[in-house]
Design a protein around this ligand. Sequence first.
Ligand code: NAD
Length: 293
Amino acid sequence: SSKLLDGKLIAKKIRDEIAGEIDGIKESTGIVPGLAVILVGSRKDSQTYVRNKKKACEDVGIASYEANLPEDCSEEEVIKHISKFNSNPSVHGILVQLPLPRHMNEEKILNAVSIEKDVDGFHPLNIGRLAMQGREPLFVPCTPKGCMELLHRYGIEIKGKRAVVIGRSNIVGMPAALLLQRANATVTMVHSYTKNPEEITKQADIVISATGVANLVRGSWLKPGAVVVDVGINPVDDTGSARGYRLVGDVCFEEACKVASAITPVPGGVGPMTIAMLLSNTLSSAKRLHELK
Ligand code: NAD
């Protein structure tokens, strides 16, 4: 059976490294890295994500700032809060929790975040640079960055490998494919209009799946020895659990374990890595803005 790519364990290591570095910076300079989170509306899942991010900041010594705005507030109101954080020197990272209410123009709002504080890496300039050869984005989106970091920490080589990314969202699939390509893999993207996704995925040495479809990727989709990174977080009914549901990935874990050489669990795989990368991006931003090495 496959080796487990333990995101929970690696993320803990990374958070400890970050906490240590922040302690050092505070001691020698008095600077405290700061992250501002803007939450619009009252989606339960978004509230949970924001709460978890705040808690993770506290644990490593990052100060958190928050703006909670009502569902029916205007775009101008959101942008006003972004501008305030842009010019606040104690804030080194700004993130706008997505999705935004439907009446808002996401592009316009993400554009308002200073690219120097864009710790989610969603500003079009940062994404554009990610896509271009020889350019360096200031920030890379946290979830795909977490996938790459996990592969890196387990010593999995990417150069020259065939990779398939399933899903092409702006926040996961698309930047994951760009990162794999930058790491010199040969990348194919599979999405909801792809014909024969099974046949294509079966050619991959590395599979990253981010679709939101529970158990989409079966054991039969995988090449023996493939490395599988499962980004999906999907609730499925489970009468045996107190909440009535449990979370599974996009990959049928039981089947994949028999074929893959390594695989991320859900939960405990990519999820904790995403938060660790947010902390890491916030720390690098504070260092860059204060010209620390
Ligand atoms: P999304 O809905 O924005 O995008 C889904 C993508 O999957 C689309 O590009 C679509 O073309 C593709 N897709 C849908 N059905 C498909 C099918 N049957 N075959 C092939 N492709 C298909 O979703 P997202 O925001 O990218 O999130 C994807 C999943 O990852 C969700 O389960 C989400 O909860 C999870 N997620 C996890 C983390 C994390 O930190 N672990 C972060 C973000 C998202």
